[in-house]
Design a protein around this ligand. Structure first.
Ligand code: PXL
Length: 280
């Protein structure tokens, strides 16, 4: 059985970070070992009054204990980190789980910004720290804003294929292998991603629904990281991650619930298991 150490916050409401990663990774038949970076009542996007308990002092001791038990993850998957120090701690966690004959696959979702702005609570130095962590990753999964903050390219609301492809090219300096840019949309009808493996780049698109759906980056990344951990290509992973995320967004749009509180992915978890079987 594969094992993923998932280093994200846990937000009780909002269906992002660990509340998405644990069920999604588990649905694939992969063991998820959570390393909570912070405990929040909700995510921080467009919601006021959330609680926040930082767990910076816990994350290295948790991983050291696992290493002392001989527990080494196949994949280290980091997402929302609760403090600047945690970014360097994740690098230490990668070293802790590596030896001369073993290195985990490292996936970094540099969850720190969207729509051109940094999430609340992060300082201006956070993107450069995250860029440094990305360089230790085999797969990075930024949205367009995060890709700009990592590479220093200017953020644009309106863009074309040349811009996205230049961004992808620049991102290859911030990953050991693969980069997937999320939230790519060239028109009002379709939204998707660009996946690159260093040799080729492929776009995947699905229907676009009006509104901002929180947590969808984490859902997408958790499916992608699970599939790559199971040995699938970054292209297959990106396509299936997009299909799953899009199905959950469609359901939420049809239900008309407040999109700040997350998308209805739970009833589609069964699709993940099946997606895996279909490729056997
Ligand atoms: O979905 C990204 C995310 C994860 N965790 C927390 C967040 C956000 C986005 O706003 O606030 C706590």
């Amino acid at each position: 059985m594969k094992r993923i150490a998932a280093i994200h916050d846990i937000s009780g409401v909002g269906k992002c970070s660990l509340t998405a990663a644990i069920p999604i990774i588990s649905a694939f038949g992969i063991e998820c070992n959570p390393v909570p970076t912070a405990v929040l009542s909700t995510h921080t996007g467009n919601i006021n009054g959330y609680t926040f308990r930082d767990l910076t002092d816990e994350i290295l001791p948790v991983c050291r204990h696992w290493a002392s038990l001989g527990i080494y993850p196949d994949t280290v998957y980091s997402g929302y980190l609760g403090s600047a120090r945690q970014v360097s701690d994740v690098k230490e966690i990668i070293s802790l789980f590596s030896s001369s004959d073993r290195r985990p696959f490292v996936a970094v979702d540099p969850a720190m910004a969207d729509s051109g702005i940094l999430y609340k609570g992060f300082g201006e130095d956070f993107p450069s720290l995250m860029a440094n962590l990305c360089k230790s990753a085999d797969l990075i999964i930024p949205n367009i804003t995060e890709a700009c903050m990592l590479t220093g390219m200017p953020y644009k609301e309106q863009y074309d294929r040349d811009y996205i492809e230049a961004l992808a090219e620049a991102l290859l300096d911030y990953t050991r292998k693969y980069a997937v840019i999320t939230g790519v949309s060239f028109d009002g009808d379709r939204i998707g991603c660009l996946a690159c493996d260093g040799n080729e780049s492929r776009y995947y698109f699905s229907d676009k629904y009006p509104g901002t759906y929180y947590g969808t980056g984490d859902i997408f990344a958790s499916v992608l990281v699970s599939l790559v951990t199971l040995g699938k290509s970054v292209f297959e992973g990106a396509e299936k991650a997009l299909n799953f995320t899009s199905r959950a967004i469609r359901e939420t749009y049809n239900e008309g619930t407040d999109p700040r509180f997350g998308v209805a992915f739970e009833k589609y978890l069964y699709m993940l298991n099946r997606a895996e079987e279909e490729t056997e």
